[in-house]
Write a protein of this length. Structure first.
Length: 302
């Protein structure tokens, strides 16, 4: 199958390579000339603009967009809307907000163009392991793109699914990432407790390896944790600053809107926010309060 790929960041480049290995013909575009040269060197057909990419695709066209969520995705889809024709399909594989995907799907549908929103998980390991694909959109468009999904997934019969109408793929991926926040936080806290028990002299990499086999807490995330501990057991050189992609925030907001208690995911998000507060005015004020009401000592800086 022929498919256009817009966005050749790490994941987009890996997806392009996996598609080509699966026998698909890929026409690629990226604003980075270096990324385009790399894709061309790997066998993709390079296009120097979106119009050039669309012109090289046979109808009905399929264009996979892997650019940052927000303004970049919005601008890309707006330009594609003016280039594509009825029956064509655009696949948004980024971390777009599901409400944006619903709105964009309706806008493109007015032109006869299908928007298929695909929540994509797999990160830098997707090229080797395959990607988990949570797919929303028109059933006919999804069926036409089935060979692409079967190639990108870990296997043709698992790791991907049409979960519902437009927006549902990105909604499911949003909740997936919220769960991921909670799991990561639990592992981090557990290993922090193990490390603090210095009297036992625990080897955290060894513990992680033990847990990886037969344990109820084993997971791919634990596999990656074990790898990180083996490479750098003290986390030397890594700042205690944890970013977030925004999907955890959306998950918490959705939980509030739906009156669903989600304390673990919410606290995991708040811990990430806390990791960025080097000054921590709130903690300073807490220390001052204790001093005011109880005369408790205040630790001075410097």
């Amino acid at each position: 199958m022929q498919i256009g790929m817009v966005g050749l960041g790490k994941m987009g480049a890996n997806m392009t390579a996996r598609l080509q290995r699966g026998g698909h013909s890929v026409v690629a575009f990226d604003r980075s000339a270096e990324a385009l040269r790399a894709a061309a060197g790997a066998g993709a057909t390079a296009a120097d603009s979106l119009p050039a990419l669309v012109a090289q695709l046979a109808a009905p066209r399929a264009v996979w967009v892997m650019v940052p969520a927000g303004d970049a995705t919005e601008a890309t889809l707006e330009e594609l809307a003016g280039l594509l024709a009825a029956g064509d399909a655009v696949i948004d594989g980024g971390n777009s907000n599901y409400k944006d995907s619903m709105r964009r799907a309706a806008t493109l549908a007015a032109r006869g163009v299908h928007l298929v929103d695909v929540g994509t998980s797999g990160g830098v390991w997707g090229l080797r392991e395959g990607y988990s694909l949570m797919i929303g959109g028109d059933a006919g468009a999804v069926a036409r793109l089935r060979p692409v999904f079967e190639t990108l997934a870990p296997a043709p019969d698992r790791g991907w699914g049409h979960v519902g109408p437009s927006g549902s793929g990105h909604f499911v991926k949003m909740i997936h990432n919220g769960i991921e926040y909670g799991m990561m936080q639990a592992y981090a806290e557990g290993f922090a407790i193990l490390r603090r028990k210095e009297a036992l002299g625990l080897d955290l990499a060894q513990v992680a390896e033990v847990w990886r086999h037969g344990s109820v807490v084993r997971s791919w995330l634990l596999d990656l944790t074990a790898r990180a501990l083996a490479e750098n057991p003290t986390m030397e050189g890594i700042a205690p600053y944890v970013s977030d992609s925004g999907e955890g925030r959306w998950t918490v907001a959705e939980a509030v809107d739906l009156d669903v208690p989600a304390p673990v995911i919410t606290l995991a998000l708040l811990q990430r926010l806390r990791s960025r507060d080097a000054e921590s005015y709130g903690d300073r004020l807490l220390a001052a309060m204790r001093n005011q009401f109880g005369g408790h000592a205040v630790k001075r800086e410097g």
